[in-house]
Ligand binder design. Structure first.
Ligand code: ADP
Ligand code: MG
Length: 721
């Protein structure tokens, strides 16, 4: 290796595992840094606590007098733990977590200081968030937004460089009421889904119906590499992925990493991560190696979608900061390395409540089965009608490298039910449920519905949207993404379908049909109109790519440039507006922000590719050429037979990479104006050029003297830690 790489390897060789104290008692540790309901109960007068509970249940706003008492108790708890600062934490449209820190300190008239924290500042904050992308919602004269505590997500203490900080999860809203963040639409989508789910449950004869909530368990994949490599790789440093790099001779072909023994250094890191998660009340549950070398996965136990989303953001923050403490970098990018698997985030999602339980659980009685079939049918309709939306909410520059690449679900949204459930729905579709005898219903047997598998063994890994026994698993989500967008989409399309179903049921029953008869004819209609989205075969196959589009009429949207414009379709605008989740203005702003992020991400990558190719790769290749030339000269002088093959190879690949990097450089400067045009240009012009440049550079890496090669190799980064 080159001297810089050699120094990095030496540094890595001398590293010792950073051992953290073992977890002695989970009971003591669990949620110890959370101002939990239990802590509130102990600290607050009874009537105040009751009022807080009611506000949480109804997802309402805290009364000022109540907020003052809560704030006082919260401050006492936080300052008692040594916190001098508090922060409103919010979730802008960038997938990141943002926070503004304020001191509890308050200066008195006589110059002395006290700590102060009123209900007003607990409930509402005003960060100067004008630099966050808002897609033009806020014009400059009203550039401020305010944050407001989401009382359904508890406050917690976070270790920051300036000590412990009391963190308050908030929504971020413009003064004119538009959602500037990812949490607000999530709360709204949950409310919309709750409303329609309750309506349907009551139509099904339920009288006791508790609020329905969505749940989420997100499996996080990530890579770990030693941090000594990162400063030597400007691409990793600034873009989070390698723009160049010849595949290592050994990749993932032996499957020896998957579920293998976790390397010691990583194990110690994982324990550290879990310890912090437990302190924050995040139920870390499984950890294992993933398919690619250097790739791992962490999954928590599922929680209410809103809390799970906040916890997911925290998890990503903890993974990154903890890795640094252990001398590693946690790469959350969807495709850090070519030639081996990328990282996703499977979002497991269901809906349920305290009275009827999990509504996507088949259940044991015909009545429960009926309820399940209706909710499942609603999802089928939603995924078919709004499949392109589900593609759009996972559209990022990073995720484009995964989707459709035979390691992750295709960019075509279909749905996997498992053979048994698929069969049930096919019977419903084929059964004759018209006529007074309800022949189809009888045939299928409302009272003798088949036992549904609790946990279908045949898991189809190639489907982007799979039923897994009592929930759906949305597998196309990117590892670096907030789960909020996907959850908003799933809740909203479900709300839309449930509303449709209730309308239909009401009509049919008003016309004299029985409840089971009406339910089956609604399901039959849904399967006739939308059954095309159900697919149990191999989603990776080229046959499916052809069949999905040509025979089933499903859309294949390979890139972000193809997918994001879906957000501008009239039916998507109507969907979000009718469910009260996003106004047309809010939706348009999301299109603008996400499109801009896509364009910016590729712009940064393209510039980095040019920079690395011209200032690191070309000089290395030239040095090698010089060395080759002088040694060939020497050999010729000695009268030896020489073969200039390598020299020619290096010369032609160098020329090629220089030519391509020049072409890329001028292409960057010629990017068109206008969001749509720029997105297309990024996908159709810049990406292919970057790809060609990469081929030339990776070709050079295969022939240039390793002692001259400036960039840490895949072999080093993936296998030495
Ligand atoms: P697999 O790798 O087989 O998909 P994991 O155990 O890694 O399974 O992850 C499954 C995830 O699904 C976990 O986070 C789990 O808590 C979550 N999950 C289980 N039941 C539900 C549910 N009803 N709603 C949402 N998520 C759920
Ligand atoms: Mg999974």
């Amino acid at each position: 290796p080159s001297p810089q790489r050699f120094a990095a390897l030496q540094e890595i060789h001398s590293r010792l595992p950073v051992v953290t104290p073992p977890i002695e008692s989970l009971d003591d540790l669990w949620a110890s840094d959370v101002f939990s309901l239990a802590k509130m109960k102990a600290a607050l007068p009874k009537d105040i606590f009751k009022s807080v509970q009611r506000t949480i249940r109804e997802s309402g706003k805290l009364d000022v007098s109540v907020a003052n008492v809560v704030a006082q108790a919260m401050k006492e708890w936080a300052t008692g733990r040594g916190a001098l600062y508090y922060a409103h934490v919010f979730y802008p449209l960038t997938n990141a977590t943002a926070e503004k820190h304020d001191g509890f300190i308050s200066v008195q008239g006589d110059g002395s200081v006290i700590t102060e924290f009123t209900g007003k500042v607990l409930v509402q904050g005003e960060p100067d968030g004008s630099s966050f992308p808002s897609g033009g919602i806020r014009t400059t004269f009203e550039a401020r937004g305010y944050t407001a505590w989401d009382i359904t997500s508890p406050a917690f203490l976070m270790e920051t460089p300036n000590g412990l900080t009391l963190c308050i999860p908030t929504v971020f809203i413009s003064w004119t009421g538009e959602a500037l963040d990812k949490k607000t639409p999530l709360l709204r989508s949950n409310a919309a889904m709750n409303k329609q789910a309750q309506r349907l449950l009551r139509l099904l004869g339920e009288t006791d119906v508790a609020p329905v909530n969505s749940s989420c368990g997100a499996e996080q994949e990530y890579f770990l590499i030693d941090s000594a490599y990162v400063p030597l790789r400007p691409d990793l440093l600034l873009a989070g992925r390698t723009l160049f790099g010849k595949p290592s001779a050994k990749g993932q072909q032996f499957d020896d990493h998957y579920f293998g023994a976790i390397p010691q250094r990583v194990q110690v890191f994982m324990q550290d991560v879990e310890r912090q998660m437990y302190k924050l009340g995040i139920p870390a549950k499984t950890r294992h190696n993933e398919v690619a070398p250097g790739q791992f996965e962490l999954a928590p136990f599922f929680e209410a979608a809103n809390v799970a989303t906040d916890h997911q953001q925290l998890t990503m923050t903890i993974l990154k900061s903890t890795a640094r403490r252990h001398g590693m970098n946690c790469l959350l990018h969807e495709k850090p390395f070519e030639g081996i698997n990328g990282s996703g985030k499977h979002v497991n999602w269901s809906v349920g409540n305290a009275t009827q339980g999990n509504l996507l659980d088949p259940g044991n009685t015909p009545h429960e089965n009926m309820q399940f079939l209706l909710f499942c049918g609603a999802v089928i309709r939603g995924v078919h009608l709004y499949g392109p939306l589900l593609r759009a909410v996972v559209a990022t520059a990073g995720n484009d490298h995964r989707l459709g690449a035979n390691e992750a679900p295709p960019a075509i949204i279909s749905m996997y039910l498992g053979s048994q459930l698929e069969d049930v729905f096919r019977q419903i579709k084929d059964g004759d449920v018209t006529g007074s005898t309800h022949a189809g219903v009888m045939q299928l047997g409302v009272d003798t519905l088949p036992e549904f598998p609790k946990d279908p063994g045949d898991r189809n890994r190639t489907s982007p949207f799979a039923f897994t026994g009592n929930r759906f698993e949305f597998r196309a989500v990117g590892s670096n993404q907030s789960v909020a967008g996907p959850l908003v989409a799933m809740n909203t399309i479900l709300a839309d379908s449930l509303a449709y179903m209730s309308d239909q049921l009401e009509q049919k029953m008003a016309a004299g049909e029985s409840l089971p008869g009406a339910a089956f004819s609604v399901l039959k209609q849904i399967m006739t109109d939308h059954g095309n989205v159900v697919f149990g075969g191999d989603g990776y196959s080229s046959e499916w790519h052809r069949m999905a589009v040509e025979e089933r009429g499903l859309e294949n949207l390979p890139t972000t440039a193809d997918s994001l414009p879906v957000l501008q379709r009239p039916e998507i605008r109507d969907l979000f507006a009718s469910q009260g989740v996003l106004s047309p203005l809010e939706l348009e702003s999301r299109f603008e922000v996400y499109a801009e992020q896509y364009v910016l991400a590729i712009d940064v990558e393209a510039k980095l590719a040019v920079q690395i190719a011209q200032t690191q790769i070309y000089p290395a290749a030239m040095r090698y050429l010089g060395e080759l030339a002088s040694s060939l000269q020497l050999q010729t002088a000695m009268g030896l037979q020489v073969s200039p093959e390598t020299q020619q190879k290096v010369a032609s690949l160098s020329a090629k990479s220089m030519e391509l990097s020049n072409a890329l450089e001028s292409a960057i400067s010629q990017a068109p104006h206008g969001t749509m045009a720029h997105m297309r240009y990024s996908a159709d012009t810049l990406m292919p050029l970057m790809h060609q440049l990469r081929e030339a550079v990776d070709g050079l890496e295969a022939v240039v003297d390793d002692n001259l090669w400036p960039l840490p190799s895949y072999q080093e980064m993936l296998f030495i830690r």
